[in-house]
Design a protein around this ligand. Structure first.
Ligand code: ASP
Length: 341
């Protein structure tokens, strides 16, 4: 009797976790939106981007397949993109006007609406990990600059030299951006107008991910170096919960990339989720309205990856291209860069 009771209990536990593990899984990532055109990209460079997006997608998706959490999948995928010099996050981050790197990141847990963010950090190799520590290991949502780094040190996070984020390509971009700013100002444009005139490629390149795990939990994360030639202390949308990152199991998960000032002013990530929650819109329709109507009408450029609890995804942008990749248990791997894939 005792034995059969025990067997029944074991069966219940096992079947319970099996049921909990049966939901759809999905992951969508981006590596920035902007003026990314096929005729301006060499086949080698295109391959390098596709390979790295594929690697980040595979590694993040493997976490979900093995029953890992959506938060772990988001961090796994973002770490790979942060460590690649191809993207404007971690290694490969753009330069500030003063030729430094100031990194922003945020993460949100859709099951609890817990969130963590760091802004303007200079010595943390993987800012998304620090954002997660702020969420899980502090009573705060956002820490900035020296305070964020003191928190990192207190948690044993190794500090790296700011120069470790350097790449020659980003340095050339900074030089070009400063030259353009100088010429615009000479032509009597004020600083504000001059910054607006900078080409899109100087403003974009962030990385991000949204994931759905077997337990039905959504998560979103975003990490960036911000905008080339930004003034020190400038903070974009990426660490701002509701603007660059949002996740709520009742609606959807969003990670954004684009001209951050617009994403903050139009509360882009939260607006998409609000349309899904209150108007019962699909993620595709909500993303399309916010990116292609609201943001476009305001003059903002960029894109988002969006995911709901059923595994529906939208990878939507109003720029010529967006580095992106997605996969779910019902949709095979898709990797794309340009508007026509
Ligand atoms: N949104 C980022 C920012 O404004 C830039 C980007 O997405 O590329 O800081």
């Amino acid at each position: 009797m005792k034995k059969s009771l025990m067997l029944a209990a074991i069966f219940l536990v096992l079947s319970g976790s099996a049921f909990a593990d049966q939901g759809p899984i999905a992951l969508a990532i981006h590596g920035g939106a902007g003026t990314i055109e096929r005729d301006k990209m060499s086949p080698e460079r295109e391959k390098a981007y596709r390979d790295k997006l594929g690697e980040a997608l595979d590694r993040g998706y493997a976490v979900l397949e093995q029953g890992g959490s959506s938060l772990d999948a988001v961090v796994t995928a973002i770490n790979i993109l942060e460590d690649s010099p191809l993207f404007n996050a971690g290694k490969g981050a753009v330069y500030t006007f003063d030729a430094e790197h100031e990194l922003d990141a945020s993460i949100m847990d859709g099951s609890t609406r817990a969130a963590g963010a760091v802004a303007g950090v200079k010595q943390v190799q993987n800012p998304i990990n620090l954002a997660r520590m702020v969420m899980e290991d502090s009573p705060f949502v956002m820490l900035a600059g020296e305070g964020a780094e003191a928190f990192a040190r207190s948690r044993g996070v190794p500090m790296v030299d700011n120069k470790s984020f350097d790449t020659n390509e980003r340095l050339q971009q900074l030089r070009k951006a400063k030259e353009k700013l100088r010429r615009e100002q000479e032509a009597d444009k004020d600083y504000r107008a001059a910054v607006q005139q900078l080409p899109q490629s100087f403003k974009t390149g962030t990385v991000g991910a949204v994931a759905l795990d077997k337990r039905g939990n959504l998560a979103a994360g975003t990490s960036t170096g911000g905008m080339t030639a930004k003034c020190y202390g400038r903070i974009g949308d990426s660490p701002v919960i509701g603007a660059g990152t949002f996740a709520d199991n009742r609606s959807c998960a969003v990670s954004a990339t684009g001209h951050g000032e617009y994403f903050i002013r139009f509360n882009v990530a939260a607006d998409i989720c609000a349309r899904v929650e209150y108007q019962q819109q699909s993620v595709a329709s909500a993303a399309n309205q916010v990116i292609n109507q609201v943001l476009t009408a305001a003059g903002g450029t960029g894109g988002v990856v969006v995911l709901d609890r059923k595994g529906n995804m939208a990878l939507t942008f109003n720029t010529p291209g967006m580095y992106r990749a997605s996969r779910s248990n019902t949709q095979p791997v898709e990797i794309a860069i340009f508007r026509d894939q």
